[in-house]
Design a protein around this ligand. Structure first.
Ligand code: CAA
Length: 244
């Protein structure tokens, strides 16, 4: 299954970069979605130094029209239509609900959940017409179990898997699988931004006793890429933090 084109939103971030590399290693032509072209250029140059020939396309995942332009740019850069979409872009705006502003609620819902509609809607029709596609939504353990200080994030991440299960039923007969990956706490900038004391107390509750590695999520995405019989599933990779 080589020569497929993959678009990974938030592709220049910690988990995003590991996903891009894993899909490139699996034979895909990879495009990283990013908010700004300058960021994409710097990332592309770094990837080149590491031996990866990858592309980028800039766009705002909170804006439907911008996503259309991003998808068109991605397809032009890769030289073909998108076969694999990884909805990975996401942010946090943590705080107790009583202190959560409408802005911090909306920013997280728009970036983490509306984005899934905004990008997927531009690629799924082509996938079903061609009879092959993979939509892989990167959710979170906190969408499965809830998290103190994350009403916005937990709601968005739980919503992603609802989307997965519904779209999976609509596209299964057309060769397009839709799945969720729910990472636990992974050693990325997002997790390192949690105050150290709070982070240490969270790590103490993870049965395997450590943060996850971005590559452990990349490997799961590459597996889903290769797995035609898996659809509507939610793959939890959280070091045992939440078992269900
Ligand atoms: N359970 C119960 N009480 C808690 C708590 C918890 N998990 N965390 C904090 N509290 C309590 C504190 O003890 C304190 O109570 P007292 O005032 O009675 O002492 C109170 O909440 C503090 O609340 P404040 O509103 O004053 O806020 P704060 O400045 O201390 O910060 C917070 C609160 C923002 C939620 C902070 O605790 C935090 O950042 N927590 C981590 C949230 C988290 O896990 N985010 C994940 C980010 S990474 C990610 O999202 C990736 C992924 O997918 C896993």
């Amino acid at each position: 299954m080589s020569n497929r084109v993959a678009l990974v939103t938030g592709g220049t971030g910690g988990i995003g970069t590991a996903i891009c590399k894993a899909l490139a290693d699996a034979g895909c032509t990879v495009v990283a979605g990013t908010t700004r072209a300058e960021k994409g250029e710097a990332w592309q140059a770094k990837m080149k130094e590491e031996g990866y020939d990858m592309h980028f396309a800039a766009g705002d995942v909170t804006d439907h029209a911008s996503c259309q332009a991003m998808v068109q740019a991605a397809e032009a850069a890769a030289g073909g239509p998108i076969d694999v979409l990884v909805n990975n872009a996401g942010i946090t705006k943590d705080g107790r609900f009583v202190k959560m502003s409408p802005e911090n609620w909306s920013a997280v819902i728009k970036t983490n959940l509306d984005s899934v509609y905004n990008v997927t809607s531009h690629v799924v029709g082509g996938m079903t017409e061609r009879g092959f596609g993979r939509v892989i939504n990167i959710s979170s353990v906190n969408g499965e179990k809830g998290q103190f200080g994350q009403c916005n994030y937990s709601a968005a991440k739980a919503g992603m898997h609802g989307f997965t299960m519904a779209l999976a039923q609509e596209t299964a007969a057309k060769g397009v699988t839709v799945n969720t990956v729910s990472p636990g706490y992974i050693g990325t900038e997002m997790v390192m931004a949690i105050p150290e004391k709070v982070r240490e107390s969270i790590i103490a509750t993870i049965p395997v006793g450590r943060l996850g590695e971005p590559e452990e999520i990349g490997a799961a995405v590459a597996y889903i890429y290769s797995a035609g019989f898996m659809t509507g599933a939610n793959l939890s990779i959280n070091g045992g933090l939440h078992m269900h």
